[in-house]
Write a protein that binds this ligand. Structure first.
Ligand SMILES: Cc1cc2nc3c(=O)[nH]c(=O)nc-3n(C[C@H](O)[C@H](O)[C@H](O)COP(=O)(O)OP(=O)(O)OC[C@H]3O[C@@H](n4cnc5c(N)ncnc54)[C@H](O)[C@@H]3O)c2cc1C
Length: 397
């Protein structure tokens, strides 16, 4: 065991048990005892005011990362347009760059992609790492990994951000493995710790029951994927010039191992709640399909879209594309009307960026009220029809 108690110094204050995430320490007969669940994380050592806990854990040395600088954003596109998340991440990167006083760079890879440079400049890319090659026309894991790995090894960014899209979820782990760094997937928030100048990467953990903030102290770059829609897209702004750094990839078809035979576009159901300005969302408090017909009426009157919680999708009432939350879509409408929704953390994770949240619930203690701008305590079956009535008259409910 590498952690032990100096019993004569322990006063049984319980601080160590409170800080231990694993129940690795307990108080027996007024004295702390290390249990077999201890993982030697050392949290108890730091908190003990009597210095009654000791260990033989040696502090790992933090390498010198002074050569690593700048925040990079991998730019995803489909050869015709850039994905929204790339531009959202350029905005977030600028915020982080301000705190670090470093530069923001875009990593643009593909075939005939010069056309995107102008947009990237307008969205704040001070540098564009640019790699064009015939073999990069379609995304293929090995080819893209190879190029990013070479760029990272040559230019040493401090932070590398990638959208948590289908492509990003394939690419990011592969890159992180190749450049021997950690990766925090599916982040919902990114900040800079100004003392340590390190990236704080927040994401839901333990089935979404806690938000964990993860740091990467021992390797570079600090890599994170971020879900589309989580970060706010900045308005095209200031920059008129980017420094373009051209990179000539060395690629050979025989080394890429995969070929794209055909691209089949996914059939969309027509619902795209991520673009809606007004969303009327329903949860288990809504009475089946009939209840959702009522919400649809309200959504139509407001020019909005219908959305829901996961339980509603599981009941087969609305399709998965309408689900808001951690395992659904992230939305940022001007108005989000939550009807009969309790406001579980997994649901809130997808709608907290809404400008105004109106919640209707008959339980005054429902967690949704903690995040609502307007709280209506009452029965949706009375309140929603009244809103529809007022709106149909042309009035404001
Ligand atoms: C790993 C994981 C991922 C998840 N991902 C998601 C996700 O992406 N999105 C998501 O939504 N959930 C997700 N969940 C599920 C989530 O934890 C909640 O179970 C779910 O959001 C609750 O849905 P709800 O609010 O519809 O139902 P409930 O929690 O049952 O709430 C129903 C609410 O309706 C109110 N109500 C009932 N009748 C009325 C009435 N007549 N008038 C007014 N109010 C009424 C009740 O007071 C209650 O607050 C996830 C869970 C896990 C474990």
């Amino acid at each position: 065991m590498s952690i032990w108690i100096i019993e004569k110094q322990c006063d049984g204050c319980k601080l160590c048990t409170q800080v231990c995430p694993y129940e690795g320490i307990e108080i027996t007969d007024g004295i702390a005892k290390v249990t077999e669940r201890c993982t030697s994380c050392g949290a108890c050592i730091d908190i003990c005011k009597n210095k009654a806990i000791d260990s033989d854990i040696t502090q790992r040395e933090i390498p010198d990362f002074s050569a690593y600088t700048g925040i990079w954003v991998f730019i995803e596109h489909n050869n015709i347009e850039l994905t929204g998340v790339s531009l959202e991440l350029l905005g977030k990167a600028q915020e982080l760059a301000k705190d670090l006083n470093e530069q923001v760079s875009a990593v643009l890879i593909g075939k005939d992609v010069t056309k995107f440079c102008n947009t990237l400049t307008k969205f704040g890319a001070q540098n564009i790492y640019f790699a064009e090659h015939d073999l990069l026309e379609q995304y293929r894991t090995i080819a893209y990994t190879n190029v990013i790995e070479s760029l990272v090894k040559k230019y040493k960014p401090s932070i590398l951000l990638i959208g948590a899209t289908t492509l990003g979820r394939d690419l990011a782990p592969r890159v992180s493995r190749h450049v021997k760094t950690g990766l925090t997937a599916d982040c919902t928030d990114l900040k800079i710790d100004s003392d340590e100048r390190i990236l704080l990467q927040t994401r839901p953990a333990f089935g979404g029951n806690v938000m964990a903030t993860i740091v990467n102290k021992y390797s570079r770059p600090q890599m994170a994927t971020i879900r589309p829609g989580v970060m706010e897209k900045i308005k095209q702004n200031f920059f008129t010039n980017s420094n373009i750094i051209k990179f000539k990839p060395e690629l050979h078809e025989k080394n890429i191992l995969t070929r794209v035979l055909e691209i089949i576009k996914e059939k969309k159901s027509g619902i795209d709640i991520t673009k809606a300005n007004v969303i009327v969302a329903g949860g288990r408090g809504i009475n089946g399909r009939q209840g959702f017909d009522m919400l649809k009426q309200l959504a139509d009157l407001l020019g909005g879209e219908l959305a829901c919680t996961r339980l509603v999708v599981e009941q087969g009432i609305l399709p998965q594309q309408a689900q808001v939350g951690q395992t659904g879509k992230t939305v940022r409408p001007e108005i989000y009307i939550a009807c009969g929704i309790s406001g579980a953390i997994q649901h809130r994770a997808g709608m907290m960026g809404s400008r105004y949240i109106i919640a209707i619930n008959n339980d005054p203690d429902a967690p949704i009220f903690k995040v609502a701008n307007w709280s209506i305590i009452g029965d949706v079956n009375e309140i929603v029809p009244e809103m529809i009535k007022q709106l149909s008259k042309g009035g404001t409910p």
